[in-house]
Write a protein that binds this ligand. Structure first.
Ligand code: SAH
Length: 345
């Protein structure tokens, strides 16, 4: 199936109405189709029992835009990792993370990732292509259906760099918000920083949470960990983040993976605090999750707490984010496409 093929998923109610009219059907079928796609999770037009039988049969092969679950792993903490098979046979990962009142979905924005951050498994697996808006929305619906529970939060923290796919990511944000019905403030886009793209995102004026993967307190260290940082200095990145706050009026979250002995020393915390002084931001410290392809160490609990304390003493809002789903390789940085894993559920 060609990648560019139009699918019904990813269309708004107005676009669906136009489509049904083009098919010679009355306009109200657009609303019905919308409900079946986004609420009832229809996977083919033949399922839509309110449609005339002959029309359904004619369109039985029309692409809706849903993936197939190729494999599902459940971690002891309830986190579920899915390998989803796309129309062209490529595989992506999505993660469902249940907590007391929430169901968060961690969605991929690309197949693989071209950024190649040294501590992240996704980049080690290579890069294939951007995901379409429909392929992003599908991940949310798939997790919602599998848990039989409404998704409350969506984080663009799966495979890929969302700002390299900004058009479809923003389109997906709008659909997830307006058509799936999740508030924009419950959606998070995370980026490692791509020149020009942060300001481009700011101008969309979304109410989302914006997160930037910083991971280092100076340029030299950042370049060691993130190859792309060479073309986008820490100074320029932070200046763009400040502009983001000015344009949107929303604070920025900084993510900082703590790598034992590498970027977690007291001097790093102090250096980071100096950069962020007076900045409307929040720092999320993420203790490193081990991956096979890198030999970093997760810091001990004392160093993690010390790092946080040094920031807080300098009036920098900070908290530690303990990843869930470690046992299922579903935690931050552990997502990669491994075709050999694919089997039955
Ligand atoms: N490309 C985007 C979206 C991916 S988000 C970005 O970099 O922000 C994935 C988050 O998990 C990022 O904050 C990333 O830096 C973090 N991460 C990657 N590898 C990790 C690992 N091994 N342990 C803990 N966190 C990791």
């Amino acid at each position: 199936m060609p990648l560019t093929q139009e699918t019904l998923l990813g269309k708004s109610v107005d676009e669906l109405t136009t489509w049904v009219k083009q098919q010679g059907q009355p306009a109200y079928r657009g609303k019905q189709l919308h409900q079946w796609l986004y609420e009832k999770g229809a996977r083919s037009l033949t399922e839509i029992s309110v449609f005339p039988k002959t029309w359904r049969e004619e369109l039985s092969d029309y692409p809706i835009g849903r993936s197939k679950i190729a494999h599902r792993t459940i971690a002891p903490d309830g986190t579920r990792k899915y390998l989803l098979s796309l129309a062209d046979g490529l595989i992506i990962e999505a993660v469902g993370i249940p907590t007391s009142k929430r169901l968060t979905v961690c969605v991929s924005s690309q197949v693989g990732c071209p950024m190649n951050c040294d501590f992240c498994a996704t980049g080690k697996g290579g890069y294939e292509r951007n995901l379409t808006c429909a392929e992003i929305v599908d991940q949310v619906l798939t997790v919602q259906e599998d848990f039989q529970q409404r998704v409350s939060h969506v984080v663009f923290m799966g495979m890929g760099e969302p700002l390299l796919n900004i058009k479809d990511v923003v389109k997906a944000v709008k659909i997830i918000n307006q058509d799936v019905g999740i508030g924009q403030r419950s959606l998070t886009i995370s980026t490692v920083g791509i020149p020009q793209k942060i300001l481009q995102l700011a101008h969309y004026q979304l109410q989302i949470t914006f997160a930037v993967s910083l991971h280092a307190s100076n340029q030299a260290l950042r370049e060691e960990l993130i190859p792309g940082a060479k073309h986008y200095t820490l100074g320029k990145l932070l200046a763009d983040c400040r502009k983001y706050v000015d344009i949107t009026g929303r604070r920025v979250t900084f993510e900082y993976v703590l790598l034992g002995g590498v970027n977690d020393l007291p001097e790093h915390a102090i250096e980071l605090a100096n950069h962020l002084k007076g900045f409307q931001s929040h720092v999320n410290l993420i203790p490193y999750n081990p991956i096979a392809e890198a030999d970093y160490q997760r810091p001990d609990e004392h160093s993690i707490q010390k790092f946080m304390q040094l920031l807080q003493e300098r009036r920098i809002a900070a908290s530690v984010r303990y990843s869930r789903g470690l046992e299922a390789d579903a935690a931050c940085g552990q997502l990669r496409t491994s075709r050999h894993e694919v089997g039955s559920i």
